[in-house]
Design a protein around this ligand. Structure first.
Ligand code: CO
Length: 253
């Protein structure tokens, strides 16, 4: 069942999302060669305490950290580690969520570390554009399949492939609510969108094939062909006249 949030609840979700957006503003300058993904986790720990919010991922199904940090061929759910040092030319996906006033916010971005090769920079651009294309389809009366199809078309037009095994999700008082939001699909299919729905749309796009596998740590998802992968996510509300991205920092919107 897809839960509908009241205007008051959407405002609370905007406040939760704003904290997530603020995190991404503050973490960006820290991403440079020589920094470990554990350093970023330590920053997230301080950020959470300073903002008086609660962690969303740590403890979720036993996940051990605030952040997911996924480098190069890692798609999602990479675990921060002192042994994982960023190098120039890497791409780094960071996924972060928090709980504030009873509601979750969830967002992800992929960053270049120093200067990256042409395919990598195009992968980041196309994946972010595929998220934007999906968000443009979010409005009352459209179907969820319109969102999924728009994401898929943009990613595949760029010569890349979308991951099938992991999907976006509804979000609210739970991190994962109905509906599941695949990054592939057919227009005009799936549930109709109505005002008050809140969706975490999160394309995972691979430079090579779409197939993925989970490493022996039980979490880290990598591309089977070890091609690079990018991940962008926003928490988005369906409004009367379209949509509103909730996971922007306050000074960015
Ligand atoms: Co998510």
């Amino acid at each position: 069942m897809i839960l509908i949030k009241s205007p008051r609840e959407i405002e609370a979700m905007r406040r939760a999302g704003a904290v997530v957006g603020q995190f991404f503003e503050e973490v960006r300058p820290l991403i440079r060669p020589g920094v470990s993904t554990w350093d970023l986790e330590a920053f997230a720990d301080r950020f959470i305490a300073r903002n008086g919010v609660r962690t969303a991922f740590k403890g979720y199904m036993g996940y051990p950290a605030h952040l997911c940090t996924s480098i190069n061929e890692e798609v999602v759910h990479g675990i921060p580690s002192k042994d994982r040092i960023l190098r120039g030319g890497d791409i780094l996906s960071i996924d972060f969520g928090i709980l504030r006033e009873g509601f979750y916010g969830d967002s992800a971005m992929t960053y270049p570390v120093g200067t990256v090769n042409g395919v990598s920079s195009r992968l980041l651009l196309v994946t972010e554009q595929s998220l934007a294309a999906g968000i443009r389809e979010v409005r009352p009366g459209n179907h969820l399949g319109d969102v999924s199809a728009a994401v898929q078309e943009k990613a595949e037009a760029g010569g890349f492939s979308v991951v099938r095994d992991f999907v976006g999700h509804g979000i609210g008082r739970l991190l994962h609510e109905d509906p599941q939001i695949p990054n592939f699909g057919k227009r005009g299919t799936g549930p109709k969108l109505t005002a008050g729905m809140v969706l975490a749309i999160e394309p995972m796009v691979n430079a090579g094939g779409w197939s993925v596998e989970v490493l022996s740590d039980g979490w880290t998802v990598v591309t089977r062909d070890r091609s690079r992968s990018a991940h962008f996510e926003h928490t988005v509300a369906v409004t009367e006249d379209g949509n509103r991205i909730l996971s922007f920092s306050l000074d960015k919107s």
